[in-house]
Design a protein. Structure first.
Length: 440
């Protein structure tokens, strides 16, 4: 049985969460290892060498092994060796805290469940060779992937214990709909008739009969559609925004249809479609009652809100759990290989932007550079163009224009809870296209 909902999916969960704690074991090179303790969490030591090896693997996997490339990367992302280390330690701290929380809450996962989840994911690949290739491209091994799956399942159980799902209140559902109204606006509902790829001639004939009025669309669905699941519903596949995603050719064709209009033949990987747009939704400025939106949107929101709230509750719990922990971070060693002199890279950025920032006040200019993580002594000492500009334009009175800058927050995430509420479905394809692997 074919169905338009059986679509190719690429699991988009970041690899960082899946492999970050396996990374120290991936690099056997001991160059630059200093020993010592980077931090402690309730007395548990996080070793400095684990942070160093983590940095090495990040640099290697992103082609940043040269200090020049590493410095440019850190400077352009508003980071520094100290900030990178702080973020990395934050991730290792979170891992240790989760391990402690699992013990505190008596959480454990049966190995058979882990095996079952992995076996389900492997079914998305043609053979063992394809599976191993996907693992390799993601920087994983069978062992490290199994560890990641185990950790994810344990964390899901922990979440259930410390932040259980709750039935949503109507006010929460309405708030969720209002928050997402821009995403809902323009949503379209459709029905279709699906023909096999080899039946283009038949599809053309049916389309002509529908256009001429000789054959009703609903009757054509019953007689010809190969999508037996939707055919039982008159060809209806519900709203595009909640149908699980549509193949690109189908979605593109539907986007071009007004309500009540029918497409020409649309070819996709499933065959040929005749698409009828049965409804289009225009969101009101403010959603205050359920009767303002389609029932399907309300039902989907009622299913989503508990998980969103659970994620929020879990994050709050984790933040409190972390605040109560005894965390000590030691100073960065001078000789770790990722701790390079950032002066020339920061100077280059100042020289690049200073002429553009010349019309700003000193306070505004400082604000830009502070957000980019550039020390004050750097932008004050190397801001030659800025000083020259100010000297030559002392009577600037017009309102300065805002200069857009790339101000990424850093090389890695830190204090957020290590698991978000919107966890990727464990049964999703873990990367059949592109080789990426995701934990459940």
């Amino acid at each position: 049985m074919k169905t338009i909902k059986a679509l190719k999916t690429i699991c988009i969960m970041g690899l960082m969460a899946a492999v970050m704690f396996a990374l120290p074991a991936c690099n056997s090179n001991t160059d630059g290892l200093t020993g010592g303790v980077a931090a402690t969490v309730n007395g548990v030591e996080i070793m400095e060498d684990d942070i160093t090896i983590y940095a090495k693997n990040i640099r290697t996997s992103n082609q940043l092994t040269e200090d020049s490339a590493w410095g440019e990367y850190l400077a352009s992302s508003g980071s520094s060796p100290e900030k990178f280390r702080e973020d990395a330690i934050g991730m290792f701290v979170d891992k240790e805290l989760i391990t402690m929380a699992l013990k505190d809450n008596n959480v454990s996962v049966d190995e058979s469940e882990v095996t079952s989840r992995i076996d389900t994911m492997k079914k998305n690949y043609e053979n063992e060779e394809a599976w191993q290739s996907a693992l390799e491209q993601s920087g994983l091994t069978d062992e490290s992937y199994r560890e990641a799956v185990t950790q994810r399942l344990e964390e899901m159980e922990l979440m259930e214990k410390v932040a259980p799902l709750k039935d949503p209140k109507d006010a929460e559902v309405l708030e969720y709909l209002q928050t997402n109204k821009d995403a809902l606006n323009g949503a379209k509902r459709s029905s279709h008739i699906l023909f096999d790829a080899e039946d283009k001639t038949l599809a053309t004939e049916v389309l002509a009969k529908i256009k001429s009025g000789e054959l009703a669309f609903a009757d054509a669905v019953k007689e010809y559609s190969k999508d037996t699941a939707s055919a039982e519903q008159g060809g209806d596949i519900s709203w595009d925004i909640i149908s699980g995603g549509l193949v690109e050719a189908y979605q593109t064709a539907l986007d071009g249809l007004e309500e009540g209009k029918m497409s020409e033949l649309v070819e996709s990987e499933y065959g040929f479609h005749i698409i009828l747009c049965t409804a289009a939704f225009t969101a009101p400025e403010e959603i205050t009652s359920f009767d303002q939106v389609p029932t399907e949107f309300v039902d989907a929101s009622k299913s989503n809100v508990p998980q969103v709230k659970q994620g929020e509750d879990y994050e709050k719990w984790f933040e409190k759990y972390k605040e109560e922990a005894d965390i000590v971070i030691n100073p960065i060693p001078a000789k770790v290989p990722y701790n390079i002199d950032m002066t020339p890279f920061w100077q280059e950025i100042v020289e690049l932007y200073d002429e553009e920032l010349g019309s700003l006040s000193d306070k505004e200019r400082s604000g830009y550079y502070d957000q980019m993580g550039i020390p004050a002594d750097i932008y004050n000492n190397f801001g030659v163009k800025h000083k020259d500009y100010k000297a030559q334009n002392n009577n600037i009175t017009e309102e300065p224009e805002e200069v857009p800058l790339d101000q990424n927050s850093g090389a890695a995430e830190t204090d957020a809870a290590p698991s978000d509420a919107a966890a990727v479905d464990a049964e999703a394809n873990p990367g059949a296209e592109g080789g990426e692997i995701a934990t459940p």
